[in-house]
Ligand binder design. Structure first.
Ligand SMILES: CC/C=C/CC(=O)SCCNC(=O)CCNC(=O)[C@H](O)C(C)(C)COP(=O)(O)OP(=O)(O)OC[C@H]1O[C@@H](n2cnc3c(N)ncnc32)[C@H](O)[C@@H]1OP(=O)(O)O
Length: 731
């Protein structure tokens, strides 16, 4: 709803829909009714629209998208009604003016804001476009170039930046009373002509350059938002602002939003939006323990052990989260010095770019406390171990931590695959131990996969979850198993793509198909970037690599299971990727490290096929997608079945934020839901029937089988409940 009052000739329409004043049908109706009152009241000479509570308005109510066009006034009707008001309207912005909220502000005749306010047209991130005149009004205010930047990427901007380019007419200090300031501002413009204040009537300044600007953004969008439809539709809509009169441009905008709203990509992105919020409400399956009934312990002092790539990033994440005491322990002098220098340089960079102030930078540097022995960690609240991935080294460290740390200290390991329970058992209090699996570089990557050991106490879990949220991470709680959720699922992707190389595909073909699907890079380029030796080291642990095999051992089999040694050959011939002189699955040439196909790799694959009498066959894009992605989805169902993840959203967040799975498909589980579970199962069963135990990753998940058998293609939100009911009724 919207509240209405009048103060000294100024009518105040305040949006009131906690927590973020989304423009639900009630709020839109409230604005319209209040506007009518204001227009009819002869004592009112100006109008202020503001938001109650913490924010101005975050835009359309996403939960009402399905009925958005049905109820009067819908958003695009409302903005035109506002703009044509004969009385001047001032938008008073604090907090956020996002999406429809900014579009309402653009339809007002003046916009004022607190300096702390943030503005954005982020609709593209929901797979739609600003459908309430945003694509037509913004270019008339700030030009085509800036509008494309704002709308095609949906990023937020400070009120000051918005003022610099002409969106905001007056900025007030962040501690000012926005309503009071806006009312005074409104009084100052009473009686002024509205002729140049109706944005839809203004010309687009850089309209003549539209083709050139469009080309520039098409290129950027093509690279940055691979496979996503909405950014291109946004660009098209903005182009129409330059080429057509406002009314015609609005018709095009409307066509654009109608095409996008309800599309699979939009559904996926909206699912992601809610998943990122839902995941804060963690739960331990089958226990009744959850975020609502468990409190974290207070964490003031944190320690990080190990200042390698992971440790450095974790320290930076803690500093950014405002932790005022971060002990860093690295016994190797060079690694310690390099690590501290790296951290300080990054902080310098943040300060130089204005991401943090000089004062903040100084206090972050002051918060760093190098320590040289375990004794010095005795009053630390949370210790995060981030040393080399070796069980014996980790056990050694946890045994020492168990002796010196206070009983309430939370002891976390940043392992990416090792058994958290085994590590915990060397301490006197295994319930204090938890996994905190960061992703490199940890100060950049948004994902934190927290691992609950079988003994981790609820309070310890709550503390790790709370710390992740303080660091601004998408923090997902998972159970303890080899590789946890992400690495466990992703392994099948690499295994199956390598099998396709054996059978007839080449790395460039596989990568092209995966990039078309939406991955920023294909599986082979990722391998080259992160280092093909990482997987090799892991395979070495399980005695699987080519070199470890005795003479005469079958080349394509390990422990009775199908195996492809091509990745081993690559590493054993020194092709680790970018870092080995630009040689990996591909060759990276020149200053820009241009990716090129390398005949040496092609020959290696061809001769391997000949040696093993494999007659290569043509593998098409559909097969590549199915074989690369479906085993991973199948593993996702096994993870749900085992209670390692509590719901599909958690799995999707991990793959999207940690493994660059394209967000606009909603993650593997949502993608499976869109494709339809019966089709997914059919393909999995076909492979399983052909390969059997030689390819165990194709063994269909029992949960998937049960869901399809009992419910066909149930909604993703019901999967875990249906599974629980089925299992319970079978007992
Ligand atoms: C014709 C159709 C035209 C449509 C144009 C549009 O306007 S589309 C919508 C465009 N707006 C957005 O995409 C904004 C989405 N919101 C955000 O990005 C963030 O909420 C925020 C504005 C940056 C604020 O972040 P903050 O961290 O402060 O809050 P939360 O994200 O936690 O949000 C609090 C709760 O509010 C819910 N919510 C937020 N935005 C909306 C929305 N637009 N519609 C409905 N609900 C919204 C959010 O889900 C949170 O709910 P919880 O139940 O507390 O989880």
């Amino acid at each position: 709803m919207a509240n209405y009052s009048v103060r000294n000739q100024v009518a105040i329409i305040s949006l009131c829909s906690p927590p973020v004043n989304a423009l639900s049908s009630d709020v839109r109706r409230g604005i319209l009714d209040s506007l009518k009152k204001a227009e009819q009241d002869v004592k009112v000479a100006a109008i202020v629209i503001c938001g109650e509570g913490r924010t101005f308005c975050v835009g359309a109510d996403i939960t009402e998208f399905k009925s958005e066009f049905k109820t009067f006034p819908n958003l695009f009707e409302l903005v035109d009604i506002l703009e044509s008001s004969p009385k001047p309207i001032v938008a008073a912005i604090h907090g956020h003016a996002f999406g429809g909220g900014l579009e309402v502000a653009l339809a007002c005749h003046y916009r004022v804001a607190l300096s702390s306010a943030k503005l954005a047209l982020p609709e593209v991130k929901l797979g739609i476009l600003p459908g309430a005149g945003g694509t037509q009004r913004l270019p008339r205010l700030i030009g085509i170039d800036s509008s494309m930047q704002w709308i095609a990427f949906g990023d937020e901007y400070s009120a000051q930046i918005a003022a610099n380019i002409g969106i905001i007419d007056r900025i007030f200090p962040s501690n000012a009373d926005i309503l009071e300031s806006a009312v005074q501002y409104a009084q100052s413009i009473i009686g002024k002509s509205l002729i140049n204040r109706r944005v839809s009537k203004l010309p687009v300044k850089d309209a003549s350059k539209v083709s050139h600007i469009m080309e520039k953004y098409k290129q950027i969008v093509g690279k940055k938002s691979r496979g996503a439809i909405a950014p291109m539709v946004c660009l098209e809509a903005i182009k129409h602002a330059a080429l057509l009169p406002y009314v015609e441009g609005m018709k095009k905008e409307r066509m654009g939003i109608e095409a996008l709203m309800g599309s699979d990509q939009s559904k996926s992105l909206i699912y992601m939006f809610f998943a990122e919020r839902q995941v804060r409400n963690w739960t331990i399956p089958g226990t009744g323990i959850n975020s609502k009934n468990t409190k974290p312990i207070k964490v003031e002092k944190v320690a990080v052990i190990g200042l390698g790539t992971m440790g450095r990033g974790i320290v930076l994440s803690l500093l950014k989260a405002g932790i005022k005491h971060v002990s860093v322990m690295e016994l190797n002098k060079t690694a310690r010095e390099n690590g501290l220098l790296f951290i300080k340089n990054i902080l310098e960079g943040y300060a130089a770019r204005g991401t943090i102030s000089e004062t903040q930078k100084r206090s972050m540097v002051d918060a760093l406390k190098p320590v040289s022995n375990f004794e010095m960690l005795k009053d630390t609240d949370l210790v995060i171990e981030a040393v080399f991935e070796s069980m014996s080294i980790k056990k050694d460290i946890f045994a020492k931590l168990g002796q010196v740390c206070k009983p309430s200290a939370v002891l976390a390991t940043n392992t990416s695959a090792l058994d958290v329970d085994e590590i915990a058992m060397v301490t006197p209090k295994p319930k204090q131990v938890v996994g905190m699996h960061f992703f490199a570089p940890a100060h950049v990557m948004k994902l934190l996969e927290n691992v609950r050991g079988s003994k981790s106490s609820p309070q310890v879990i709550a503390t790790a979850m709370n710390m992740g949220q303080r660091m601004g991470k998408v923090t997902v709680l998972v159970g303890n198993c080899h590789g946890f959720v992400g690495n466990r699922m992703f392994r099948h992707y690499t295994v199956e793509t390598d099998f396709m190389l054996e059978e007839g595909a080449y790395p460039e073909q596989v990568d092209t198909v995966l990039k078309k699907f939406g991955f920023a890079m294909g599986r082979y380029q990722v391998g080259d970037l992160s280092g093909n030796d990482i997987g090799y080291r892991m395979r070495t642990k399980f005695e699987m690599t080519n070199k470890q095999q005795p003479p005469g051992a079958p080349e394509r089999e390990r422990h009775g299971v199908r195996y492809c040694p091509l990745a081993d050959f690559l590493v054993e011939s020194g092709r680790l990727g970018y870092k080995s002189d630009g040689k990996g699955w591909f060759r990276y040439l020149g200053k820009n490290r241009e990716l090129t196909v390398d005949n040496e790799v092609t020959s290696m694959i061809d001769s391997y096929r000949r040696r093993n009498k494999i007659v290569p066959r043509k593998i098409n894009g559909e097969e590549i997608i199915e074989r690369a992605l479906y085993p991973l989805i199948n593993e996702g169902f096994k993870i749900l079945e085992e209670g390692i993840a509590s719901n599909p959203m958690e799995i999707d967040l991990i793959l999207v934020h940690g493994y660059a799975w394209p967000r606009h498909t909603g993650g593997p589980m949502f993608y499976a839901h869109l494709i339809g579970l019966p089709k997914i199962l059919r393909v999995i069963e076909r492979h399983w029937n052909n390969a059997g135990l030689r390819e165990p990753h194709w063994e269909p998940s029992k949960m998937l089988v049960r869901l399809v058998k009992n419910h066909g293609n149930p909604d993703i939100m019901s999967w875990t409940t249906l599974e629980r009911e089925t299992v319970r009724s079978a007992l």
